[in-house]
Design a protein around this ligand. Structure first.
Ligand SMILES: O=C(O)C[C@H](O)C(=O)O
Length: 504
């Protein structure tokens, strides 16, 4: 019979805290290796540059022990508790996990961003410490506690999809056409988990677990598929990459570095299918506790991070945003890289909603948008020596419903990531405004261009407050021009099918 173990509550708290700090700053070696080879293979200059920035930013994050991405995620824990393991004390596992989350996110040496809002429907007030975690507990044989700890970014979680197919319908066709319609808000290149079978909620859960399995597509391609499920993974990998979406949706050879597939028995009438995309941050780790104390992850070998040559800044157009004119903006070309200097505003979901509500009530905005550039960002709090913590862009598409109102206030340009909707592109052109992108997932690199930061309005919104950043040579790409040319439409169209003729 298995010997019973007793797990100390503080050891569980410490294990969760340490794992969350770890995954916030270190990319896992499997993803890093696959991203590095996708970078080496990439032929699309824009996608290659974006992947180069993600790799370099990841290296800086690991060296400086700062978060890979400003969105330090919603914590999700899959716990497997052996039936012969007992948790001492009277706090539940759920309470202990949340205490670990609180300590990890409020760590003074490396604060992580609090993104959770308590009430999703009405007030949407930030809880301030990123609790609560989403925790799933399964009872298993044995006397150990296994914790799969993840911090899932909002942009990729937003693109999770579910359908109930007819039993005869093709899962592959649904997955490929669904990914084609997702846009780039989930921050490719990443991977996707596909869950087929079970009930509706089980399909989602197995897809979420699957996306956290070890990335092994390079091995699978090298040795060849040996089961029908592996064959399907390989087909999906090629078909998704043949869409040409590419890094950040700019058009390119690699949209996914792997496809994971999990199945469960289901009803004869049903074929539930869940799709869970994972962004370029891909934060998760497994730890096993055996009662001997907290479990820690081994320190990574920093030599695993490839060095990427810095991009050439000479010859790039320098833009002083404090003296920007519509005439100057009209000369920006689609896909051109600009180096911005001067003062930019920040604001994202909650600030836009509040500004739109104020305008609807006929009130004046607390900050004038006339002639300004706004960056859609929720930064991490700074530590000593930083103007701001990691500060990559958030998905601009979510700001589309407010954009017409903001442009009407005289806003000149917006900075974010991913595509804008067709109507917003038309609005941008109508106002002779522009939409620029920074690389999602290159948060440490982006933050290096930010010299100072101060809150101007809506301080109660925490990371979503309106700030003013002073930036120096902040690299951004022109994604929608004043004439309405949109690179997220032209890029993927140009690279569609190109993956088929490229080496895997
Ligand atoms: O919340 C953020 O900073 C980014 C978000 O994860 C997104 O990808 O839109």
């Amino acid at each position: 019979m298995t010997q019973a173990t007793v797990l100390k509550p503080d050891d569980i708290v410490e294990t969760v805290r340490a794992a969350l700090q770890y995954i916030a700053v270190y990319h896992a070696p499997d993803y890093l290796a696959h991203l590095a080879s996708a970078y080496a293979r990439e032929q699309s200059p824009a996608a290659k540059a974006a992947m180069g920035q993600i790799l370099e930013s990841s290296r800086l994050a690991a060296l400086g022990r700062r978060p890979i991405c400003q969105d330090t995620g919603m914590v999700t824990v899959f716990a497997r508790l052996g039936q012969s393991a007992m948790i001492a004390g009277d706090r539940t596992l759920y309470e202990l996990v949340n205490e670990g989350v609180r300590l990890a996110y409020l760590d003074a040496g490396n604060p992580l961003r609090a993104s959770m809002v308590a009430d999703p429907l009405l007030e949407r007030r930030n809880t301030g410490d990123n609790t609560p975690a989403v925790t799933h507990v399964e009872l298993t044989r044995g006397n150990k506690l296994e914790l799969l700890i993840a911090a899932k970014g909002g942009g990729s979680e937003n693109k999770a999809r579910y359908t109930m197919l007819n039993p005869a319908a093709s899962v592959e066709d649904w997955v490929v056409s669904t990914i084609e319609g997702l846009g780039a808000g989930w921050c490719p290149p990443g991977l996707v988990g596909v869950g087929v079978g079970g009930s509706a909620e089980q399909a989602m859960l197995i897809a979420k677990r699957a996306v956290m399995e070890e990335i092994d597509m390079s091995d699978l391609l090298a040795r060849g598929a040996s089961t029908p499920l592996e064959e399907m993974r390989v087909r999906l990998y090629h078909r998704i990459n043949a869409l040409g979406i590419g890094a950040q949706g700019l058009g390119g050879l690699t949209t996914v570095v792997d496809v994971k597939l999990a199945t469960a028995p289901t009803h004869a009438a049903s074929k539930p299918v869940a799709l869970v995309p994972q962004c370029a941050a891909n934060r998760h780790a497994k730890v096993v506790m055996d009662g001997s104390g907290p479990a820690y992850l081994d320190a990574p070998d920093l030599a695993a991070w490839p060095r990427i040559e810095g991009s050439e800044m000479a010859g790039l157009r320098r833009v002083n945003v404090d003296r920007l004119t519509r005439e100057e903006m009209a000369g920006w070309a689609p896909g051109e890289t600009l180096l911005l200097s001067g003062r930019i505003l920040t604001g994202r979901d909650a600030a836009h909603k509040r500004m739109a509500d104020m305008l609807a009530r006929g009130e004046e905005l607390p900050v004038s948008l006339r002639g300004r550039v706004i960056y859609y960002v929720g930064p991490v709090d700074p530590v000593d020596g930083e103007a701001v913590g990691p500060a990559g862009p958030t998905t601009a598409t979510r700001m589309d419903p407010f954009t017409s109102d903001m442009l009407g206030q005289g806003l000149f340009a917006m900075i974010g990531k991913a595509e804008r909707g067709a109507e917003t592109v038309r609005d941008i052109a109508r106002h002779k405004a522009a939409y620029l992108i920074a690389v999602g997932g290159a948060a440490v690199l982006v933050a290096k261009a930010i010299r100072s930061s101060k809150v101007l309005a809506f301080e109660d919104l925490g990371m979503e407050a309106i700030r003013e950043f002073t930036v120096e040579d902040m690299p951004v790409m022109v994604a929608v021009t004043t004439q309405g040319a949109a690179i997220h439409q032209t890029g993927p169209a140009a690279w569609r099918g190109a993956q088929q003729s490229a080496p895997a």
